[in-house]
Design a protein around this ligand. Structure first.
Ligand code: 3PY
Ligand code: MG
Length: 265
């Protein structure tokens, strides 16, 4: 069975950097899987990606020696178990705001005795180049469980949330977090409440042996967060890269006034 090197790196205290896939497009996935990132997350929360397309994307990513993860649309057992059964090596669970939310996410993502994931499916084992019995025996050691801290309630209850066994990563969603603070949603700000929240997550994650993570807008910010001790860092997305480059060229040429769309991620 293949090893989830991202999880192994994080357990050793090392950083691991990836990006997000918002396009339901196997061709874009195939290119991004060869771009050099450690992992790619297939977006199911805010994208139009279907399970069928996501399944193809997860297979392509794993086949390219990159770790395939998925963000589910909401913290439910159906969402989590299905995408794991379709070959994701880890799940990113949005809006984990209470210890109960955290226990539910772990229960859905882990087999017994830690969790309550049900047995079935074919693609999970295939994506690890193994057979189903081996997968069932080893999945709890390979699947990455990422809970998102992206609401002021999650920051307040971080100590209780990260006490829940079975969590590998706490991943800050800066846009939803700043939004929950009544601020304009952004990837980064010097606002003292945001700075204090990040500091609290870093300290609390360290205390519980959970890897701290965050989504950032660009490479410079990824380097800054890595230097601060964040380990699981996502840089923008393939759409963000594409639109940033397009915007740069349009600006260089002085065209597009009044009809220019942008996308941060
Ligand atoms: C957020 O910033 O809210 C996110 O969910 C980033 O992944
Ligand atoms: Mg979010």
């Amino acid at each position: 069975m293949k090893k989830n090197e991202v999880r192994a790196k994080l357990k050793r205290g090392e950083p691991s950097i990836g990006t997000w896939l918002n396009l339901p497009d196997p061709m874009a996935t195939s290119l991004m899987a060869r771009a050099g990132f450690d992992w790619l997350t297939v977006e199911l929360e805010h994208s139009p990606t279907s399970y069928e397309t996501a399944t193809a994307q997860l297979a392509i990513i794993a086949g390219c020696g990159c770790a395939p993860f998925a963000r589910v649309s909401f913290n439910t057992p159906e969402n989590i178990k299905r995408i794991l059964d379709f070959g994701a090596w880890g799940v990113i669970v949005p809006m984990v705001n209470t210890p109960e939310d955290a226990r539910a996410a772990v229960a859905a993502a882990r087999y017994g005795p830690i969790g309550a994931r049900t047995i079935g499916g074919q693609l999970h084992a295939a994506n690890f180049d193994t057979d189903a019995p081996t997968y069932y025996a080893k999945a709890n050691e390979e699947i990455l469980v990422v809970v998102m801290a992206e609401h002021v309630d999650a920051i307040e209850r971080a100590d209780e949330i990260l006490s829940v066994p079975g969590i590998d990563v706490v991943f800050i969603g800066p846009n939803d977090l700043t939004n929950s603070m009544g601020l304009p949603p952004v990837f980064d700000t010097d606002h003292p409440r945001f700075v204090a929240a990040l500091d609290h997550i870093l300290k609390t994650a360290r205390k519980h042996g959970v890897a701290p993570g965050i989504h950032v807008a660009n490479g410079a910010d990824a380097a800054k967060r890595r230097a601060q001790g964040f380990q699981f860092i996502s840089v923008a997305s393939e759409v963000g890269f594409m639109m940033a480059k397009a915007s740069e060229i349009v600006d260089q040429l002085g065209i597009g006034q009044g009809r220019k769309a942008t996308a941060r991620y």
